[in-house]
Ligand binder design. Structure first.
Ligand code: PGA
Length: 246
């Protein structure tokens, strides 16, 4: 199976910067068939990004969507709207959405259902805080996030879900988890999905991934790819991650 390398740009890049990124990035990764590449820019750049990626092997994702189809939800964007402009993926349940925008497992579950109804593929993020890791309660915590986040999702729909394991303490800190511990949690997530949903689901690792450590995570068959924040903002370093995975 091809590894999946996804970029989460968070709240970064203007439209002009987005165009510049794609010009440089496409020239570097042109004809790279070794992995699935997904790039998730902010909402305002999605149309441009989707146009830039027509007839390439790069797919475009959003970083959020609402759980209703339309209506009086000032400032929100629906899954339908994303589909309409050629977006194929959406990141849901990111720890920054949980922390700064108070998203609960229940809200994330409703968003996942709505995204799947609209044929969007979901990158569903889970991950523990440092306190939970120190209490040795990682597996229980992750199992709860998975079971609540994916409640009611059919085995068939789970084919369109990728789980991203992102320990909160490793995000944006430069302190990635060691690859053995990441594999251990990835295996646990796969077992959880197989036992409770009967599904085989891809699991990505995210948290301080850089060109230097990317290969360490993906060389194991337990980890199917990477979700990259900071190191995906420069075309050069994101391309280096893709080359490292080769
Ligand atoms: P990071 O972010 O690579 O900057 O640690 C990862 C993420 O939040 O998805």
């Amino acid at each position: 199976m091809k590894k999946i390398i996804a970029a989460n740009w968070k709240m970064n890049k203007t439209l002009v910067e987005t165009k510049d990124f794609f010009r440089e990035f496409k020239s570097k990764v042109n004809a790279q068939e070794n992995c699935e590449i997904i790039i998730c820019p902010p909402f305002i750049s999605l149309t441009e990004a989707a146009n830039e990626c027509k007839n390439t092997n790069i797919k475009i994702g959003a970083q959020n969507c609402h759980y209703e189809s339309s209506g009086a939800f000032t400032g929100e964007i629906s899954a339908e709207m994303l589909c309409d402009i050629g977006v194929q993926y959406v990141i849901l349940g990111h720890s920054e959405r949980r922390k700064y925008f108070f998203e609960t497992d229940e809200m994330i579950n409703k968003k996942i259902h709505k995204a799947l109804e609209n044929d969007l593929k979901v990158i569903f993020c889970v991950g523990e805080s440092i306190e939970i890791r120190e209490k040795n309660a990682v597996n229980e915590f992750i199992a709860e996030q998975i079971n609540s986040g994916l409640k009611g999702v059919s085995k068939e729909n789970l084919r369109n879900v990728i789980v991203a394991y992102e320990p909160i303490w490793a995000i944006g800190t430069g302190k990635a988890i060691n690859s053995e511990s990441a594999c251990c949690v990835a295996r646990f997530i796969k077992k959880c999905l197989a036992d409770n949903f009967g599904s085989e689901t891809a699991v990505l690792y995210g948290g301080s991934v850089k060109p230097e450590n990317a290969n360490e995570f993906v060389k194991s068959s337990d980890i199917d790819g990477l979700l990259v924040g900071g190191a995906s903002l420069k075309a050069e370093s994101f391309a280096e991650i893709i080359f490292a995975v080769r």
